[in-house]
Design a protein around this ligand. Structure first.
Ligand SMILES: Nc1ncnc2c1ncn2[C@@H]1O[C@H](COP(=O)(O)OP(=O)(O)OP(=O)(O)O)[C@@H](O)[C@H]1O
Ligand SMILES: [Mg+2]
Length: 281
């Protein structure tokens, strides 16, 4: 086991703090903090997400991951700090405005229209993206059918297009949610525990699919995840949040071998229990 060298320390590498947002980063976060009363849920967090990068944000329960996501997406106003998307300051913008700027989000609890079919859900997202929701009439089912089919094929759901969402298996709902997020042609995907509630094999498959899409479409993704097999298998880079602060930021190997990270997780007892981690050693 090796400790991080001073050069590897968070806030010292090319993805950490600088005076101004980096022009080539899709997302630049600087000194972001959120306090709830006396609790510093997120404290002075700075990082970049590069183009086509799949970046994992990990940390024990209560570390501040969802709070961080909520500030990026506009659900929460930061106490301090800034968020830039493609160089544009989006700090404090409303969720809908952030979404229009090109940030897609998937949620821990999947949100689809249960009474509609799979393809209708994707068509709704495409209509919304193209600002044509007001045109929904009896012929809505004909709108964007080709694009919707393409998106369903992308996530391997083409054979289930006509099924009602209410009868879908959980893993299929998560893939549909990904297709819906992609309907808005995002430059950045924010995925808060995208594999929560899934079986281990399904988790790996969903993240592999996400990794393939990120690379094919040249989009970036920031995701939180508790399953370390998923993180170690697919993330290009990993950031570790503990009590609101980034304690590590580097490659999968850097983070796995970081003694501070191991202490945080072994103390919490949840991180390195995988029986599969040897393959990454
Ligand atoms: N609306 C709120 N009001 C008060 N405290 C909050 C609020 N939202 C979050 N917190 C607190 O902020 C801290 C960070 O919570 P957060 O949900 O961001 O953690 P997390 O890393 O997403 O955890 P998990 O892995 O369990 O999802 C926790 O102490 C939590 O209790
Ligand atoms: Mg959370």
């Amino acid at each position: 086991m090796s400790e991080l060298t001073p050069d590897d320390q968070p806030n010292q590498d090319s993805n950490s703090v600088s005076a101004s947002p980096e022009s080539d980063a899709v997302l630049s976060v600087r000194s972001l903090s959120k306090s709830f009363g006396g609790i510093d849920a997120v404290s002075n967090v700075s990082f970049n997400v590069a183009k086509a990068e799949l970046l994992a944000l990990i940390g024990p329960n209560g570390a501040g991951k969802t709070t961080c996501f909520n500030m990026l997406m506009g659900q929460l106003k930061p106490t301090t700090g800034t968020v830039h998307l493609d160089g544009e300051n989006i700090t404090g913008k409303l969720p809908r405005q952030v979404w229009r700027k090109g940030v897609g989000r998937t949620f821990q609890i999947t949100g689809t229209y249960q009474s509609m079919t799979v393809i209708e859900n994707v068509q709704m997202a495409l209509l919304s993206h193209n600002r044509r929701l007001f045109e929904i009439r009896s012929y809505a089912h004909k709108q964007y059918q080709g694009e919707a089919k393409d998106l369903l094929a992308l996530v391997g759901m083409q054979d289930q297009a006509e099924r009602a969402c209410a009868v879908l298996a959980y893993g299929d709902l998560k893939r549909l949610e990904l297709a819906i997020a992609l309907a808005h042609s995002p430059k950045l995907l924010l995925m808060d525990e995208p594999t929560a509630g899934m079986a281990p094999k399904e988790r790996i498959a969903l993240m592999k699919l996400t990794a393939d899409i990120v690379s094919q479409r040249n989009i970036s993704a920031l995701f939180t995840e508790h399953d370390m097999d998923v993180v170690f298998a697919h993330a290009h880079r990993v950031m570790v949040l503990n009590r609101g602060e980034i304690i590590a930021n580097g490659s999968v190997d850097d983070v796995r071998n970081n003694t501070q990270v191991q202490e945080v997780y072994l103390g919490g007892g949840t991180l390195f229990q995988s029986n599969n981690t040897d393959k990454h050693a």
